[in-house]
Design a protein around this ligand. Structure first.
Ligand SMILES: NC(=O)c1ccc[n+]([C@@H]2O[C@H](COP(=O)([O-])OP(=O)(O)OC[C@H]3O[C@@H](n4cnc5c(N)ncnc54)[C@H](OP(=O)(O)O)[C@@H]3O)[C@@H](O)[C@H]2O)c1
Length: 291
């Protein structure tokens, strides 16, 4: 496939962005942008600073921007709405405005644009976010969709292994808790469909190869609650699970969560994308890293 000559990946220092850079570096020239953790080859660009974004774009002249950067903690976003807008919404407008017509944007969005009442959700289903994080991503989608060439990829909870155990997302956190044997009270009412960061990176490449535009979903189909994922992980570790307790009702958290925002993936599967790495495989890779 003829890849874009120059790709910018925002959020390249983040969990997903790292995997996206790794995937595209094989085929083309990639410039990763980050902020506080911008080290090595990653360029520091504060996306909240429109002038800095325009300057960096003018220097890099990408044909494609894969926009991964965002605040993604719903409780933070609920409390810090203005700050959330500054990262999750406004830079999308700046990117759209500053990118030449021939350049494309890939926006990473979330299952949290849905209310979680009527799963599974298809790409064109009504978006009714129950928290500010979801609302900010919905707004970002609307801005990005003003250009027909935009690709919006909605994804659920991410899993994956990084270069270190600490860099390996929620599976590492659960594994640490299981090993520590301190009381773990875990959500047993919200369905989660952890999806491998490398599958998401592969889905982006797959869709770009087919010149796909519009909205697509990428998600694993195996879903259960965080409590159930922790029990499955404990069993895989041959560890006791007496200290893991289910919480059956939503805790008083700052942001509501959709109860089951499962993403239907018929659209991407119909194009031929079937990659769906299972939790067990990712868990084994995480557990093989030194804690
Ligand atoms: N993680 C999930 O479970 C999940 C689920 C659904 C959707 N998503 C979406 O997937 C995307 C990637 O999420 P992730 O898990 O990779 O997030 P992450 O690990 O928290 O990474 C966030 C990235 O945003 C960058 N960033 C933060 N503030 C910035 C600023 N002012 N200017 C420039 N960059 C800034 C960070 O850079 P520094 O670290 O260098 O500051 C980091 O690279 C997001 O759009 C998120 O909404 C994630």
């Amino acid at each position: 496939m003829q890849y874009p000559k120059r790709i910018v990946v925002t959020g390249a220092s983040g969990f997903l962005g790292r995997a996206v850079v790794e995937r595209f570096e094989q085929d083309t020239s990639v410039a990763g942008w980050g902020h506080h953790h911008a080290t090595g080859a990653i360029r520091m660009v504060d996306l909240r600073d429109a002038t800095a974004v325009r300057k960096a774009l003018a220097e890099e002249r990408p044909d494609l921007v894969i926009h991964c950067a965002a605040y993604r903690d719903p409780d933070f976003c609920e409390e810090e709405r203005e700050e959330t807008r500054r990262l999750n919404v406004e830079p999308v407008a700046t990117l759209m405005d500053a990118l030449p017509e021939a350049a494309r944007l890939v926006l990473i969005s979330t299952d949290y644009v849905f209310d979680g009442e009527h799963p599974p959700y298809h790409e064109d289903d009504e978006r009714r976010p129950v928290n500010y994080y979801g609302l900010s991503k919905k707004e970002a989608e609307d801005i990005a969709a003003r250009r027909d060439s935009t690709l919006i990829l909605r994804i659920p909870l991410l899993m994956g292994y990084g270069s270190t155990f600490a860099d390996s997302g929620f599976i590492a956190k659960l594994a640490q808790g299981i090993t520590d044997k301190k009381l773990m009270e875990l959500d047993d009412f919200t369905m989660r469909f952890p999806t491998d960061i490398r599958d998401v990176a592969a889905a982006i490449a797959f869709l770009l190869e087919r010149k796909a535009a519009g909205v697509y979903h990428c998600s694993n189909s195996r879903g259960q609650t965080q409590y159930r994922w922790a029990l499955e992980l404990a069993a895989r570790m041959n560890a006791g699970a007496d200290h893991i307790r289910p919480v059956k009702t939503p805790a008083a958290r700052k942001a509501l969560r959709p109860a089951n925002s499962q993403l239907a993936t018929d659209r991407i599967r119909k194009l031929g994308f079937t990659r769906s790495t299972d939790f067990r495989e990712v868990a084994d890779r995480v557990l093989a890293l030194d804690a």
